[in-house]
Structure formats: C-alpha cells, structure tokens
Design a protein around this ligand. Structure first.
Ligand code: FBP
Length: 548
C-alpha cells in the first residue's frame, strides 16, 4: 500500500495509554447496577446479565501469568475515526496477556460472524492500520444480530476457532445486540464472553458512565474545519447563504459541537424544536427573520447549520413517522405489492386522518423518503432526506412574502452542503487515537477479567490521557424499553442534546450575537504534531459537560 508522508509519520505515533493499564491490573467491583428505566422488564429479559456491578481497574503489583486467548472482533454500523486503533489496542492487550493469543476479525460487520467470513489479524496486518481512519481493515456492516439462528450460527465458527471472547465495536443498536448475545451465550452455557465498545460519530452513545463515543471528536473537527473554510469564503464574497446539513442521525450533538467551534449565524437544534413544539414553518420563520435582520444591516450572507435528524423531531412529523413505522412493519408485504406510482396514495389511505394530512402536505421527495426502507434497526434513513434544500426553499418562499409585506429587502442566494461521509473515515485526532487504543486495550483487560455483557469504559477524558480511568459497565445498565418495528424492545437509551446541559446553554447564550454579527471562528485542520493546546484538546461538548 502506497503511503503519504503524513501517513508514514502518523504510523509511528504511539497512543498514550492510561497509566493504570500500563502494568498488571486488578478488578475493583462497584455496587450492583440497575437499568436506567423499565427495570422489571429489562431484568426479566436479561436474567443472567442484569444487575452486574460496574468494574474499575486498579494497578496490581504482582502480575499473574496469563493464558493464551482467542478473540473475535466485529466492526458494526457506520464508520467512525479510530476503529483501527480499537483493534490495535485489543491486539496489543491480548498479546500482553499471552504472546500466543490470537485475534480474528469478522468480515463486513456482524454478517461475517453469521456467514463464517473472517481473517486472522496478525501483527503485520495490524501495523499497516495503526492510527489510520476507516474500517477497511475488516470492513463494517449493518446486519442486525438478533435471532437465535444467527447466534447459533455464530457460535459454530467461534467454537471452530476456539474463540472465547467476542468484541463488538458499535453504536447503541449494536451494543444492544452485544448485550442480547452475551445473555444468550450465558443462558445456554456457551463459553464466549461478549464485550462492547462505544463507537459512533453521532455522539449519542453516552451517559453517566460513558463520557463519549469514539469518532465524535475527529468527525466534528473535520466538519468544523470545512464549515470554517466556508464561513471565510462567505465573509469574503458576502453574497451567499450556506445551508449546511450535518450528519448525526437523530441527536443534534454534531451540529451543536460544530456551532460551538465555528460560531455560525444560525444553528438549529432538533431537541429544542421538539421541546418548543415548533412546526416546520416555525423553523423556517426563525431562519427567515435572521436572514431579514442581517439583510437590513447590509449583510446578505450567512451560514445555517442543520442537524440531519431535524425532520424527525418536528412533533407533527414525529407522530407521522411513528405511525408510518408501525404501518410499514405491519403491512410490509401489502405495501411492497403496490405499484410505486400508487404508493403515496396507499399510505395516505392507510394513515390516520391527522397524519395523512401532514404526509400530504410534504414535498413529494421528502414524503417518499419517509416511506422507503428502514435500516436494519428500523430507523428512517434520515441522511437521505435533503433537509438543507427543503429549508432553504421554504425560507426563500417566506422571504418573498416578507418582501411583499415590506419587512424584507435583500438578496437571498442559497448554496447547499451536506457533511457526513467526509468526516467518518478521517485519520483519528490524537484524542480519538488515544481513546480508541485505550478502549481496545481495556477490552482485553475485561476479557482477562472473565466478564461478559460489559462495555469497555474509559473515563476522565478531559484530563491528559495518562490519567484516564479504565473499567467496564454492564450494558444492561444503559437500557430501557422502546418501540421498534411496531413492538417494545430493550435498547440502550439514546443520549439526545440536553437543553439544560452546559453545551446547549453556552450556545443559547451566544446565538443572538452570532446571528446579528459576523463572529465566525475558523478552527483549521486537525493537527497531529505540535503543542498540546493545538493538538490534544477534546471537544467543547466534553469540556463544557465536565466543566473543564
Ligand atoms: P452509526 O450509528 O452506525 O454510528 O451511524 C453513523 C451514521 O454516520 C449516521 O450519522 C448516519 O445517519 C448513518 O450512519 C448513515 O448511514 P450509512 O452509513 O448506512 O449511509
């Protein structure tokens, strides 16, 4: 593989492990845990793995001799910077337990386990991928591991390869599946531990005990760099309004973090739209008012950040999507048999009156997108909805009305962008390189501790990485019951932006000023070499949340 000069230099980077993981560790058990909600239901569904204690690792003075262990690893779901470092940390961790330990990677996600597609990850392969972005070392996929048949099929290959622990690197849905798999293998007495690692650029897999998911740091820095570049262009030409949609699925963490880093004129936070019970027209009016105010001051330019999940959070849309999800799950075959040209009408006829009205009012493209295939976890594929175009079109229409009313006199030339895939495979920032390596190495320690149904946890992330705290969190502790595919299912609770949280509060205190004035910040590209304040800063979200 031909390497760039930066790649060569970066390959030599040695991620900084938390000091506690640099020698032998001992397990310190905390109190038994409860799930965040619906305790009775979750306990019943996870009789073997519910209520386990939190685990913290501490240094042990006398190392004990370890035995070789064969471990399997799966990358699940969307790419996130640092996945290769989780795998290299895991590899180094199990080699430290015993040099004859082996690591097997299942190819193209959870489907690789079921279909018995794997590769042995040797040190030669691992060394090619240290500190690089992407998931291409073994590929990723979105197959949902949920049926007994899949679990049993997986067990066949695990037995064949003598694998006694499986590490699933994924988001909330994949870690939910890791917990279900752990419970199943424990219930049938299969000697396979299952450990999860918190991955997703979306930043929505976090809670009291998991401070952030990996990849969020790098992805938001890449998007902020490009938003900054656009803002500088915008402030130079002073003639365009840039509507920038940002990936992040449901939660608005990415948009909020990028707003804190770049200080745009407008940033919509979906969670606020929902809390204020705003309609789509309310959102449009809010943006149009800012455009008009800036025009009145002679500024016919600006930037608008839009989280990709916005549509789902508009209360009327949320109700519509919920009913559509149930309808399309219940009558999947009937719907599939309807000719494409008639599907719109079929949906309108099958929805309740209120939701049918909302559906009918939507531009055809958006309506169609809402009726297309869900991802394997039952989510609407929000990244395919062109919210940035929808919004700018509606803002343009509103401005025309305002011009007639005499409340707007300006020029409105919108441009559109969507940033998502540009950041998901970037080379990990120093933060993500260290965090991911630590998560993987720590997963090896959890394997050595003999536990199952745990998520690898590394905390204290606003401190220098050597001071981070390492341990494990029972996955059932993060679960509640939610409606999926028309039925109540146990899932890890998604972390949405908290409107009473410090990151949002900071943003809310500044946004008026950012709207009226031009206070853009240009963060520039991620730096890997140089002073710590340039290279090693965690996200602003993490810093505000932890008061650092
Ligand atoms: P994960 O939850 O799997 O990490 O998804 C991350 C994500 O990038 C979302 O932000 C986005 O909505 C989705 O993946 C896009 O899906 P796909 O990779 O299938 O295009």
């Amino acid at each position: 593989m031909k390497k760039s000069a930066l790649q060569k230099a970066r390959a030599a980077y040695q991620p900084k492990l938390p000091i506690v993981l640099t020698g032998a560790v001992q397990v310190v058990e905390g109190n038994p845990t409860d799930s965040v909600a619906d305790q009775e239901a979750i306990r019943e569904l996870f009789p073997n793995t519910y209520g386990l204690p939190e685990i913290k690792f501490e240094k042990k003075s006398t190392p004990s001799a370890g035995k070789p262990v064969n471990v399997g690893v799966i990358l699940s779901g969307g790419q996130a910077p640092g996945g290769h470092n989780v795998i290299s940390g895991l590899f180094d961790g199990i080699k430290k337990i015993h040099r004859d330990s082996r690591l097997y990677g299942f190819i193209m996600g959870p489907g690789g386990l079921v279909d018995h597609k794997y590769v042995e990850l040797t040190s030669q392969i691992i060394d090619e991928y240290r500190n690089t972005g992407g998931f291409d070392i073994i590929g990723s996929g979105r197959t949902k591991l949920e049926t007994k048949e899949q679990f049993d099929k997986g067990l066949e290959i695990l037995k064949e390869l003598n694998i006694s622990a499986l590490v699933i690197i994924g988001g909330d849905d994949s870690n939910t599946n890791a917990a279900i798999l752990a419970e199943y293998y424990k219930a049938i007495g299969a000697p396979v531990q299952v450990i999860g690692c918190p991955k997703t650029i979306d930043g929505d897999l976090k809670n009291e005990v998991i401070e952030t998911s990996f990849g969020f740091d790098t992805a938001t820095k890449v998007y902020s760099e490009v938003i900054g570049n656009i803002q500088r262009d915008c402030n130079s030409a002073k003639k365009y309004w840039h509507f920038i949609k940002l990936m992040g699925r449901s939660a608005s963490h990415i948009a909020l973090e990028c707003a804190l880093q770049t200080q745009p004129n407008v940033c919509i936070i979906s969670e606020e739209v929902e809390a204020k019970d705003m309609t789509l027209q309310d959102v449009v009016n809010y943006v149009a008012d800012i455009v008009a105010r800036r025009a009145a001051a002679g500024n016919n330019f600006g930037t608008v950040l839009i989280p990709e999940g916005l549509i789902e959070f508009i209360p009327a849309m949320k109700k519509l999507i919920a009913e559509l999800n149930d309808l399309l799950a219940a009558k999947a075959d009937e719907f599939a048999a309807v000719e494409t040209a008639n599907q719109r009408q079929w949906i309108i006829d099958n929805l309740s009156a209120d939701n049918a009205k909302v559906y009918e009012s939507l531009p055809h493209g958006v309506a169609r997108q809402l009726s297309l295939d869900r991802d394997p976890h039952g989510n609407v594929q929000v990244s395919l909805i062109e919210t940035e175009k929808l919004l700018s079109e509606m803002v343009g229409k509103r401005l025309k009305e305002m011009a007639k009313e005499g409340t707007y006199n300006g020029k409105f030339s919108p441009l559109h962008h969507f940033f998502g895939y540009e950041g998901r495979c970037a080379d990990p920032s120093n933060f993500d390189a260290d965090y991911c390596y630590a998560l993987g190495f720590n997963a090896a320690c959890l394997i050595n501790a003999g536990v199952t149904g745990y998520m690898s946890s590394v905390r204290g992330l606003t401190k220098p990485s050597v001071q981070w705290i390492a341990g494990g969190i029972p996955i059932t502790m993060m679960m509640n019951m939610e409606r999926r595919h028309g039925a109540m299912k146990p899932v890890i609770q998604k972390a949405l932006v908290r409107l009473d949280g410090a990151p949002f509060q900071k943003f809310a205190s500044k946004r008026e000023s950012w709207a009226n004035n031009t206070e853009y910040v240009y963060p520039g590209p991620i730096q890997y070499f140089g002073p710590a304040e340039v290279c090693d800063q965690p996200t602003m979200t993490l810093r505000y949340e932890h008061n650092a």
